[in-house]
Ligand binder design. Structure first.
Ligand SMILES: Nc1ncnc2c1ncn2[C@@H]1O[C@H](COP(=O)(O)OP(=O)(O)OP(=O)(O)O)[C@@H](O)[C@H]1O
Length: 257
């Protein structure tokens, strides 16, 4: 089957430094792939290349077989690539419900005219509440977005991605900066999205227990290069990964946390 997302020798250079170096990979539809690697390995830059914030200096990126390297981030978002960090359309003074409703509405508005009938409005609210319960935020539906905790804001961002119907979710350290109580909640959210089985998910994370638990496959970047790509078991048993990353360069505490 054709992969939903594919990179071919994707490379980007900043001045003399190659941040992502000829990375070729394939991501099947509805697959959960984690990206690991030490600080500065090129993980976030790779996401920027996929989402269109950066354009490769060499190589190509394909979405369902179509080259998307020249498309802007907005065009790629319209095609279903959603990035949790860069949701700029959260209205801080609107409630959680209103924000997600507007996202559902904007997507629905493109697809069909649903507001001709009052029953359509009810349907819209039902869909919004379904998404909020999916991200465990329904009890905060009347809260003003700007007053949410850090973790709740991250959940709202994920809700917006779902509402916009992004088919590919790029999640860059979704638990970073969260309180200890918030981490398991956001993990449940990600786990539930995976279990629902509708989305292709790419996750950058440092928490190895979480990665091993959720991932169908793991790719390992080191100095911008893809040094391994395989099942969690294959990655844990890969000698090169062990030497370059898991064994030496990484703190045991981080791996186990
Ligand atoms: N816009 C930029 N201009 C110049 N150098 C950059 C730019 N973006 C990233 N880099 C460099 O590219 C390399 C890869 O950075 P990147 O942030 O992708 O790594 P990372 O694996 O996500 O690291 P971390 O785990 O610390 O977030 C780093 O050396 C970084 O300094």
């Amino acid at each position: 089957m054709q992969p939903i997302l594919k990179t071919e020798n994707v490379t980007i250079q900043f001045g003399g430094q190659v941040a992502v170096d000829h990375v070729s990979c394939e991501i099947p539809e509805k697959h959960f792939k984690s990206i690991i690697g030490p600080n500065g390995a090129g993980k976030t830059t790779f996401f920027n290349l996929l989402s269109g914030e950066l354009k490769p200096t060499e190589g190509d990126i394909f979405l369902r077989g179509e080259s998307i390297s020249k498309l802007s981030s907005v065009e790629r978002a319209r095609k279903g690539i959603g990035r949790s960090f860069q949701i700029t359309n959260v209205f801080p003074n609107l409630t959680v419900l209103e924000n997600v409703r507007l996202a559902v509405q904007s997507r629905a508005g493109i697809c069909y005219q649903m507001f001709r009938y009052s029953s359509s409005y009810k349907q819209l609210i039902e869909e919004t509440e379904k998404i909020l319960s999916e991200v465990i935020l329904v009890d905060k539906k009347d809260a003003i977005a700007s007053q949410l905790s850090h973790g709740e804001k991250r959940k709202l961002e994920i809700a917006m991605l779902i509402a916009l119907d992004s088919t590919i979710l790029l999640l860059d350290e979704p638990t970073a900066g969260m309180s200890l109580e918030e981490v398991p909640i956001i993990l449940d959210v990600i786990r539930n999205i995976k279990l629902a089985g509708e989305k292709t998910i790419l996750l950058i994370e440092h928490k190895m227990d979480l990665i091993l638990d959720l991932s169908d496959s793991i790719m390992v970047l080191f100095n911008g290069q893809l040094i391994a790509d395989g099942s969690p078991k294959e990655i844990m048993n890969n000698e090169m990964v062990e030497n370059a990353y898991l064994g030496g360069l990484y703190d045991d505490d981080i791996i186990k946390s």
